[in-house]
Design a protein around this ligand. Structure first.
Ligand code: NG6
Ligand code: CA
Length: 510
């Protein structure tokens, strides 16, 4: 028996060594890396993960010809924490990262090595196009001057941003250090506490609005949509939400074609399918689900345009594309936009419970595809991985040594899993929400809630997973997290609570 096990182990290691060697032989130059990061896209929201009411041909093509993950996770069930982990390789709670207002300072320490900085060291040109939501500036950003520090100070060579979220002011694009189309005679002022300036606001001027909003989203009205926060000035710089797909896709394509002759890293952070959902007229009515369905189609088109560009430039065979989402799905997130009424039989989180904001699997288990023609064999992987692992995995891919450093403390090198050479994923993984959960083998432990949650969460129709007592689920037998077994297995609960606390206190280094 022991001999057999040793032999099996040896075979696994041997196969891994062979496939790594084969891969190394096939790769003659460093690949470009394109990370397509969708906002609020749930496990069941694309057709390759089972959606029927919306069809996503471009994402499906990636899945058909790449590796589709069934148990891959963003690190948290909200945006800022997930993005923080992705770019730093560190769990967000280590930095107390939570959903940020639109005038928050940059939360990534500029002295810390980030994913783009690491890739830059490896010779990559690095760019970010799309939603940022990691703060800008070191106090309040100077919207009328140089907005820094920001992406350029943490390792990106180029940035074109929606500064926070589409539902937060300021509703302007920021390119590198400047607001795009800023008119100096109409300076931008942003305030998250009180109304400023004469512009209409949602609480008073409902007749100007394209869609109804809740009270938090009833600040300044821009483009017929009231936002979170108040803003005055910047009228010529206002974005038009319906133009997001065109504007951002053009910027992504430009970045790719300008850097096609060298290795590049593009972090393409799509604003869809976050609220407010205002599809371009090309996509309005594309599904029977209303705007939420239509912007899934829009998102698919944007992904498709980037894929097409790589093909046209004949660099697709030397580009690794990773497709994923920053948190699970949500229907009503502040605007009345038919997401609830027109849902029909669509299951945004697939079979899983919960979604955005939730401690259940629907909060962080998201569509994830790795695509690299000729290197990644098409297939499915059930390995457990987290986006926090992309840092160490990509460092290995581009030959950067981050072992033993304080860089990316929570990131495991999962390159062989990402490329489909191994199915051995993580043994343990933290899922962050308004509490903490631990995955370990077949088990999932959800810690009792200790922190208070925002008032608005209590009124939301989401299974938040927040309870005063521990929860324990056997995901293999109960993937929908229906049967809390905590009372049946007190020892397991204790063991997992201890393990979770250990991991929270000190990161397991790569
Ligand atoms: C919440 C907003 C929600 C969304 C979220 C951030 C309220 C009531 N809700 O605070 O609409 O903007 O923040 O979403 O204000 S995320 O995907 O960027 O995390
Ligand atoms: Ca999000």
């Amino acid at each position: 028996m022991v001999k057999k096990l040793v032999l099996l182990n040896f075979t696994i290691v041997f196969v891994l060594v062979i496939s790594c060697t084969q891969r190394k032989a096939k790769i003659s130059q460093k690949p470009n890396i394109v990370f397509i990061y969708v906002d609020d896209l749930g496990y069941g929201d694309v057709s390759c993960y089972g959606a029927k009411s919306v069809i996503t041909p471009n994402v499906d093509k990636l899945a058909r010809n790449g590796l589709l993950f069934t148990d891959a996770h963003c690190s948290a069930s909200t945006c800022t924490p997930s993005r923080f982990s992705l770019l730093t390789g560190s769990y967000a709670f280590r930095n107390n990262a939570a959903i940020l207002p639109g005038d928050a300072p940059l939360i990534i320490n500029t002295a810390q090595e980030t994913l783009p900085a690491m890739l830059k060291k490896a010779g990559y040109k690095t760019g970010v196009v799309g939603k940022w939501h990691l703060g800008l500036g070191d106090g309040s950003p100077d919207w009328n001057g140089d907005i820094k520090p920001g992406p350029l100070e943490i390792g990106f060579d180029y940035s074109f941003l929606i500064p926070a979220t589409p539902d937060r002011v300021p509703t302007v694009f920021v390119e590198n250090h400047k607001v795009v189309n800023l008119d100096p005679s109409d300076p931008i002022i942003v305030n998250y506490n009180k109304r400023i300036g004469p512009d209409p606001i949602g609480l008073e001027d409902e007749e100007l609005m394209k869609m109804k909003a809740d009270s938090q989203h009833s600040g300044t009205i821009v483009n017929g949509i009231s936002r979170i926060g108040f803003m005055s000035g910047g009228h010529k710089a206002y974005w038009k939400d319906e133009e997001f797909p065109n504007v951002l896709t053009v910027k992504a394509k430009e970045f790719i074609s300008q850097n096609m002759s060298r290795p590049f890293f593009l972090y393409f952070a799509l604003p869809d399918i976050h609220v407010p959902r205002a599809p371009n007229q090309k996509f309005a009515g594309a599904t029977k689900m209303g705007p939420r369905g239509d912007v899934i189609v829009q998102m698919d088109w944007m992904a498709g345009e980037v894929i097409k560009t790589l093909k046209e430039l004949r660099i697709d065979k030397n580009t690794l594309i990773i497709f994923s989402s920053d948190n699970g799905p949500v229907l009503d997130d502040g605007y009345t936009d038919q997401a609830v009424t027109n849902l029909g039989t669509h299951q945004p989180a697939g079979i899983f419970k919960g979604g955005k904001y939730s401690a259940y699997e629907g909060g962080s288990r998201v569509p994830t595809i790795a695509y690299w023609p000729g290197i990644i064999k098409p297939g499915k992987s059930d390995a457990l991985i987290s986006q926090v692992d992309f840092f160490a995995s990509l460092a290995n891919l581009v030959g950067q040594d981050i072992a033993g450093k304080s860089t990316a403390p929570d990131s495991f090198d999962m390159l062989s899993v990402l490329l489909g050479e191994s199915t051995k994923g993580r043994e343990t993984m933290i899922e962050e929400s308004f509490t903490m959960s631990l995955r370990s083998g077949d088990w999932k432990y959800i810690a009792p809630q200790t922190k208070s949650t925002p008032d608005w969460l209590a009124n939301k129709d989401v299974a938040s997973g927040l309870q005063n007592t521990p929860q324990l689920y056997n995901l293999k037998k109960d993937p929908k997290e229906k049967n809390n077994l905590a009372n049946h297995y007190p020892d397991k609960v204790k063991e997992m609570a201890i393990k979770l606390n250990q991991l929270i206190k000190s990161p397991t280094t790569k």
